[in-house]
Design a protein around this ligand. Structure first.
Ligand code: FRU
Length: 525
């Protein structure tokens, strides 16, 4: 919880007030969205709450044509506090409709992160086979026990909805998994496991994950633990997710275990690691104890995947919180804090003898593509610096895509710079000697809010003779996908004026820009 401690005492007082108001349904003021969504730094094609504090995505489930996104939400402030589940719905993963708050704190505690599933067989008995319940599985975090120094602060509860997620009833038998003696004991993620014809749940317990099984989502049996001797341990393990993925182009399936960690991420603060292995409904057996990272940037945290995406679609769709606990509560937005990443489809590939979980922005984002500028007629040799003519396209709300040919003799370094006329800039570069991509936001704009918001993020990458870079730029963020998502970096920044220049550079030897696409993206709000 690191820097959240500061807010903790205050939140304990606020908890009582929030618990008292838990019966009252608050609706989000959706009034003048045009005005709401045009503030400084406001993302235009990413999900962000219309006001107040948001962190992790929660309860992501698809049902009857609707993608549900719940999220950690504190409606009374722009810093973390007594957690609720905010709610939004989308039919296309691009446009979102704000819904009333789904879950309020109650006498058992704040509503921390968790997941949701469609209980198709009505194993809970909360609904019927004709009208299967949506069931949310979440953590109760009891601030009074925490304040008194107790250990049994966190336990797991469930709630259900019989009206497509519009209203929720908490189960009277909560908690369904009482605290086990770990002070950090949270973020349950549930899947239906065909192989054992039971539900499996994975949760994080301080420095490891625990796996449970159940026939009815109410009574849970502890199965096993994973991780004390594996992976990164620079901080607390949080928000796990466990699901199978078929290795692209083969019949082989591996299980992916996502484990968020804070701090201890690859470039400081929050990060998302994963393990590959086998899972038999009881135990996760990792192929390797080494950590891999879903994203090497500093601003993709607490990401997990959607449940119940139809088999015909077949995608595992991931969404992360586009911030970092190192500075999330002090970033210079006024009315709201934080946005989600774009939804990304995960796939498992083999490359140079290694298995990689790669992330690709969902194809639905193509819907908001607008004016496009393409450079491809003659390949452009870049030796030094070259500014590209944007033909009036707004870089700050765009998708940029580049195909580089590195030639026989690779350049020492090459990359691109986005800059405004105040000289503020962000820079993405690749260095042949260190074999790293780097994202430099040290001159990006406002950085005064935190001394943790500094430095350059690095990501190791074995580059081939050509490379493809794709960037989604939205007001105050860049999501970078290398070679179709083999490497990903997500970074936020706060430039005081929009970036208006795009420069490509190469040092040492030239690079050839075979193709460039600059695509304006429409606002979703
Ligand atoms: C991750 C996290 C979760 C917890 C939630 C509280 O960012 O710390 O572990 O459930 O945020 O808001």
């Amino acid at each position: 919880m690191n820097n959240r401690h500061l807010y903790y005492l205050l939140s304990v007082f606020l908890f009582l007030a929030a618990a008292c108001s838990s019966g009252t349904k608050k609706t989000v003021e959706t009034g003048d969205l045009m005005k709401t969504y045009s503030e400084e730094y406001r993302p235009q094609f990413h999900f962000s709450p219309d006001s107040a504090w948001m962190n992790d995505p929660n309860g992501m489930v698809f049902y009857e044509g609707e993608y549900h996104l719940f999220y950690q939400y504190y409606p009374d402030s722009t810093v973390w506090g007594p957690m609720h589940w905010g709610h939004a719905i989308s039919t296309d993963l691009v446009h979102w409709q704000h819904m009333p708050i789904a879950l309020f704190p109650d006498s058992l505690g704040y509503i921390f992160s968790g997941s949701a599933v469609v209980d198709w067989k009505n194993t809970t008995g909360f609904g019927s086979a004709e009208n299967p319940p949506l069931v949310a599985i979440y953590t109760y975090h009891n601030p009074e026990i925490a304040k008194a120094g107790g250990v049994d602060v966190e336990s797991q509860g469930i709630a259900y909805s019989l009206d497509k997620g519009r209203s929720w009833t908490k189960y009277e038998g909560n908690p369904v998994i009482p605290n086990d003696g770990n002070r950090d004991f949270r973020d349950p993620n549930v899947i239906w496991n065909d192989e054992i014809q039971k539900w499996n749940l994975v949760l994080s317990a301080h420095d490891h994950v625990q796996i449970y099984s159940s026939v009815d989502l109410k009574e849970w049996t502890y199965e096993s633990s994973f991780g004390i001797d594996a992976g990164a341990h620079g901080g607390v393990w949080e928000c796990p997710d466990l699901f199978p993925l078929q290795v692209e182009g083969t019949d082989e399936t591996k299980w992916v275990l996502i484990v968020n960690i804070n701090p201890g991420g690859p470039n400081g603060g929050s990060g998302t690691q994963y393990f590959l292995g086998q899972f038999d409904g009881h135990q996760f057996m990792a192929d390797s104890k080494e950590t891999s990272w879903i994203d090497w940037g500093r601003d993709n945290y607490a990401g997990v995947t959607w449940s119940d995406v139809p088999k015909e679609d077949g995608r595992r769709i991931f969404l992360g919180w586009m911030s970092n606990w190192e500075y999330a509560q002090v970033v210079p937005t006024e009315k709201w804090r934080s946005a989600m990443t774009v939804p990304r489809a995960l796939s498992l590939i083999q490359k140079n003898g290694q298995y990689i979980v790669k992330s690709v922005p969902v194809k639905e984002l193509g819907k908001i593509e607008d004016r496009t500028m393409v450079v491809e007629s003659e390949a452009l040799k870049i030796d030094g610096e070259k500014e590209l003519d944007l033909h009036g396209i707004n870089l700050n709300q765009s998708r940029l895509s580049f195909e580089f040919d590195l030639g026989e003799a690779h350049p020492e370094s090459f990359g691109l710079v986005l800059e405004n006329d105040l000289g503020e800039q962000v820079k993405l570069s690749y260095s042949t000697s260190t074999k790293q991509f780097q994202f430099d936001r040290t001159k990006s704009g406002d950085m005064s809010f935190s001394d943790k918001f500094t430095g350059v993020a690095s990501a190791p990458y074995d580059i081939g003779t050509s490379v493809k870079l794709e960037l989604f730029i939205d007001a105050a963020s860049a999501e970078i996908f290398v070679d179709g998502g083999d490497l990903v970096m997500t970074e936020i920044f706060f430039n005081s004026k929009p970036y208006s220049k795009l420069q490509i550079f190469s040092k040492g030897n030239p690079v050839t820009l075979n193709r460039a696409e600059i695509v304006a993206l429409d606002s979703i709000w």
